[in-house]
Ligand binder design. Structure first.
Ligand SMILES: *Cc1c(COP(=O)(O)O)cnc(C)c1O
Length: 397
C-alpha cells in the first residue's frame, strides 16, 4: 500500500513550505545599504559606478549599465539596437514573457520560436525557419542557468547579419567553454530580483564591450537626455534635449551597494546551487517517472532553476495534479513557463496559437521546477525528493 498523500489527508513530508527560491542576505549586505543611507548620494552616486565596474570585471565585459529591473535591462538592450517599428526580434517560446514583451515596449515585433526538447534552449533550426528581411536580432535565453550554444548561434547570426542578445537573467555565474556569461554576445542582460542568483531587491544590468551600445543604454535609463548632469554642471549650462524616448530606469545607490556586496558572494552562491543540483541528480536517478533536463558538455551551469520533466505517459495523474500534491507535501514546486505564444496578449496581437511551437508546448505539460537556493540544506533537498518519490509512486500507471 503506498503511503497516503497529504493532499488525501495523510501526513505531509514537511510541516513548513520549502519555497522554490529565495534571497540570501547577511549582515555585511545590511551594513552596506545602511552606509549609503547615511551618505550624500541615494541615487546616481558613487555606488552605481562601483557596482557597474565590479560587475563588468567579474563577467569579462568592458561596460556594465545598471538599471532598475531585468525587464528594463532587456528594453535598454533592445533600444541600443536602434530597432525600427517593423523590425523583428526572434525570442524562444520558453522564457519569462518579458523577454518578448520588452521588444513590443520599444516598438518592434517579437517572433516566438520553438526550443530544443532536451534542454529547452532556443533551437537554431527553428530560428532559421522564421528569419525574414525584417529580422534584426536573436535573443538567446540561458534557461534555468544553462548557457546556450553560442557558437551555433553566432554561425546563424553571421549568416543572416543579425545581432545576438543574451537574456542571462538565470545565468549570472555560468560559463560556456570556460568563458563567463556576460562577454559571449554583444549584449547580455541580467536580473537581480530576489529569486535570481544575486539580488538588489529589484534591479538589472546589461553588459557589453561596445562603447557606443553602452552610451545608448546609459542615455535610455535617463530619459535619453543628451548630456548628463555632470557635463551640464561643468559647462555651467542647464540645457539639454531629448531626441528619443527613454525613461527613468535608474538603479539607486542603496540597491547598487547591496548588489556590490552580493557580487562578492557570487562564487559561493553558485557553488551551493551546484551542490544542491548534484544532490538532486543523484537522488532523482532512483525515482521512476521523472528526469532532469539535459546539461550540455562545456557548460558551467548557474542553476537558477532545477527543472525536471515528468514522464506523464507513465503516470495516472497530469502535471497539475502532481504539482498540487507536492505543494500539499510542503514542497514549493513551480512551473517555468507557460510558452510565450500562448499568452492572450500574443494570441490577440500576433494570432499565435497552440501548435506553433510543439516542443515548447509538450515540455510545458511535463515540467516542474524544484526548490533551489543557496540557503537550502541537504535535508531540504532530500525532503523534496522524498515527496516527489511518494507522490509519483501513488500515481504510477
Ligand atoms: C526574471 C527574468 C526577467 C525579468 O527580470 P525582472 O528583474 O523581474 O524584470 C527576464 N527574463 C528572464 C528569463 C527572467 O528570468
Amino acid at each position: 500500500m503506498p503511503e497516503q498523500l497529504a493532499i488525501e489527508g495523510g501526513r505531509p513530508v514537511r510541516d513548513r513550505m520549502l519555497p522554490y527560491g529565495r534571497q540570501t542576505i547577511d549582515e555585511a549586505d545590511i551594513a552596506a545599504v545602511v552606509k549609503v543611507l547615511r551618505s550624500d548620494w541615494l541615487t546616481t552616486g558613487p555606488q552605481v559606478e562601483a557596482f557597474e565596474q565590479a560587475f563588468a570585471r567579474r563577467v569579462g565585459a568592458e561596460h556594465a549599465v545598471a538599471v532598475n529591473s531585468g525587464t528594463a535591462a532587456l528594453a535598454a538592450a533592445y533600444h541600443a539596437l536602434n530597432l525600427r517599428p517593423d523590425d523583428e526580434v526572434i525570442v524562444p517560446a520558453i522564457t519569462f514573457a518579458s523577454t518578448a514583451n520588452a521588444v513590443i515596449q520599444i516598438g518592434a515585433n517579437p517572433v516566438i520560436v520553438d526550443v530544443a526538447p532536451d534542454t529547452l534552449l532556443i533551437d537554431s533550426q527553428s530560428i532559421e525557419a522564421r528569419i525574414t528581411p525584417r529580422t534584426r536580432a536573436i535573443v538567446a535565453v540561458d534557461y534555468a542557468g544553462q548557457p546556450c550554444d553560442y557558437e551555433d548561434l553566432r554561425v546563424v547570426a553571421d549568416r543572416h547579419g543579425l545581432m545576438v542578445v543574451s537574456d542571462a537573467c538565470h545565468a549570472l555565474g555560468a560559463t560556456w567553454r570556460g568563458k563567463s556569461v556576460g562577454c559571449l554576445t554583444p549584449l547580455t542582460v541580467f536580473s537581480f530580483h530576489p529569486v535570481k542568483v544575486i539580488t538588489t531587491g529589484e534591479g538589472g544590468m546589461v553588459t557589453t564591450s561596445d562603447s557606443a551600445l553602452a552610451e545608448r543604454m546609459r542615455a535610455f535609463r535617463n530619459h535619453c537626455i543628451t548630456a548628463d548632469f555632470r557635463e551640464r554642471a561643468s559647462r555651467g549650462s542647464w540645457e539639454y534635449t531629448i531626441d528619443e524616448l527613454g525613461g527613468n530606469y535608474r538603479l539607486s545607490d542603496m540597491q547598487c551597494a547591496l548588489g556590490l556586496s552580493q557580487l562578492g558572494k557570487l562564487d559561493d552562491f553558485v557553488a551551493r546551487r551546484r551542490a544542491v543540483a548534484a544532490r538532486y541528480d543523484e537522488l532523482i536517478a532512483d525515482v521512476p517517472g521523472v528526469a532532469p533536463l539535459m546539461v550540455q558538455p562545456e557548460v558551467g551551469h548557474a542553476y537558477h532553476l532545477y527543472v525536471v520533466r515528468l514522464e506523464v505517459e507513465r503516470l495516472t495523474a497530469d502535471r497539475r495534479a502532481i504539482f498540487a500534491a507536492l505543494r500539499a507535501e510542503g514542497v514549493g514546486v513551480n512551473v517555468h513557463y507557460l510558452p510565450v505564444h500562448l499568452h492572450q496578449l500574443y494570441r490577440e496581437r500576433y494570432g499565435t496559437k497552440p501548435g506553433d511551437c510543439p516542443d515548447a508546448e509538450a515540455a510545458y505539460e511535463r515540467i516542474l521546477s524544484l526548490p533551489i537556493f543557496p540557503g537550502m540544506s541537504d535535508a531540504d533537498a532530500t525532503d523534496t525528493v522524498t515527496a516527489l518519490a511518494k507522490v509519483l509512486r501513488r500515481y504510477q500507471r
